[in-house]
Design a protein around this ligand. Structure first.
Ligand code: PMP
Ligand code: GLN
Length: 447
């Protein structure tokens, strides 16, 4: 029916454009015609001018869909990985290792798959895994947490962060994040009806060290501040909390009603002999914190999507109210397998700093003669490279162009910021085998 009408006036001429709508004439839907306006790979839909004039008054359009997340597109990780695939580029954008989880962990997974651990796990997580997590926290952070009421296993850190934000943030509340901020925080805050306040991390004179500006945090706190989200070890800059930062955080928030959400997914990837200073290790911070972590980075298993949230019992109870309706329970055999592996192979995560420091150093050395400016990262498996001496293009355009033209994909930092204060910096994932890193470094060195 629609094509029979042929071309003439486009719907845009009615002064109304959008992507997908249905058109009704009187009470008759136009033969299911879905019309597409301003959508690049679809032709404009059209009505002949005389036909439009005859029926114009009778045209009723559905209102454009009112999105709950109007400013959200597809995540940069999906966009860049897809582009890397399309261009057959080396993918140093999305953060995932090019190596498998340890064989002993895979063996345990296989064991549980074959021995009946295939039905729903308990909602908070299998007891053995919660116990193993509690033991690890006790050893590393000197905090004794209650296995039954203070640890909840979740579907990766992503679900943990989302559930925590839904549980804590109410309509009209304000939430503080520090830019560059991981991309999943703000959409979750928006969906909870909250407002995100972005505070940029301060940058050192050499452009590579990022820190919280305590005065600025203080200045942004008010009686609407419900939550402050911190992420150390920090993605994408590799910043870590220094010895006095936990105390500064405690003092700054002492008279505020705000809770803390701490994203610590890179807790086991901190370099140069520095410890990971978890919010769990600080008495005053622990009382108001939900700490979210993940086994994805720790066990080279980002596809398993097993994370956990540790919080005092009252906060954990609120967290579980949301978690039970977000996902209910988490992959059973993987939970059992990780529980066994954590207990029997603690040396695995203990050697991760050395394991990744070798890759970081290898990648950085290969780039020594390139035109990029860099400082070896202090944590995570991401290295920031400053391309200011090579190009003055924006980071988003350049990340895409270099994916297509030199075959190396990276992540532009500006997408993590409200203001693009981060300048000429790209993030490269070095959780790859040496041959891949050498190939990438060689291409980058030609620039
Ligand atoms: N937070 C940060 C800072 C991350 O880099 C990631 C990606 N690992 C996540 C959260 C999400 O973790 P997961 O893959 O376990 O959902
Ligand atoms: N955390 C990963 C990164 O920073 C991406 C995870 C994702 O793709 N959502 O690269």
């Amino acid at each position: 029916m629609f094509t029979e009408l042929g071309c003439g006036i486009t719907i845009a001429d009615c002064g109304w454009q959008s992507n997908h709508h249905e058109i009704y004439i009187s009470n008759y839907r136009l033969a299911g015609a879905r019309i597409c306006i301003g959508y690049s790979d679809e032709p404009n839909c059209a009505l002949p001018r005389d036909r439009f004039q005859q029926i114009g008054a009778a045209i009723v359009m559905h209102a454009p869909f009112s999105s709950k997340l109007p400013n959200v597109g597809t995540t940069i990780f999906t966009v860049m990985s897809q582009l890397a695939d399309d261009c057959e580029a080396i993918n140093l954008s999305q953060g995932f290792p090019s190596f498998d989880p340890p064989a002993a962990l895979i063996d345990r997974m296989e064991h549980y798959l074959r021995t009946g651990a295939n039905q729903y796990a308990p909602m908070p997580g299998v007891p053995g895994l919660r116990q193993a997590i509690a033991d690890k926290i006790s050893t590393l952070q000197r905090r004794s947490v209650d296995v039954d009421t203070e640890i909840t296993v979740c579907t990766g850190a992503t679900e943990g962060l989302f559930s925590a934000i839904q549980a804590i943030v109410r309509a009209g509340d304000e939430v503080i994040v520090f830019d560059p901020a991981y991309d999943s925080y703000e959409p979750a805050i928006t969906l909870a009806g909250g407002r995100t306040r972005h505070i940029p991390l301060t940058i050192s004179d050499d452009g590579f060290d990022f820190r919280i500006d305590w005065q600025r945090l203080q200045d942004n706190l008010n009686d609407k501040t419900r939550l402050v989200i911190v992420n150390f070890p920090h993605n994408p800059t590799g910043a870590i909390l220094g010895a006095d930062d936990l105390q500064q955080l405690a003092e700054t928030l002492r008279n505020s009603p705000a809770y803390l959400l701490s994203d610590e997914v890179y807790e086991h990837i901190v370099f140069d002999g520095e410890p990971h200073r978890s919010l769990l290790s600080h008495e005053e911070l622990w009382e108001k914190s939900l700490v979210v972590s993940s086994f994805g980075k720790t066990f080279h298993a980002t596809g398993w999507k097993i994370g956990f949230c540790t919080a005092p019992a009252t906060l954990s109870a609120e967290f579980r109210k949301v978690h039970q309706f977000t996902t209910f329970a988490v992959n059973t055999p993987a939970q059992h397998a990780i529980a066994d592996f954590l207990q029997s192979n603690p040396e695995f995560y203990a050697q991760l700093p050395d394991f990744y420091a070798r890759r970081r150093d290898y990648f950085c050395q290969l780039l020594e003669t390139s035109k990029f400016r860099l400082k070896p990262t202090r944590s995570t498996f991401f290295q920031i490279l400053d391309y200011g001496d090579i190009s003055d293009e924006t980071d988003v355009i350049l990340a895409k162009r270099w994916t297509r033209e030199i075959g190396v994909a990276s992540i532009p930092l500006s997408v993590f910021c409200e203001d693009s204060f981060t300048g000429t910096r790209l993030r490269f994932c070095f959780a790859k085998d040496e041959a891949t890193l050498a190939d990438a470094a060689q291409r980058l060195s030609q620039l």
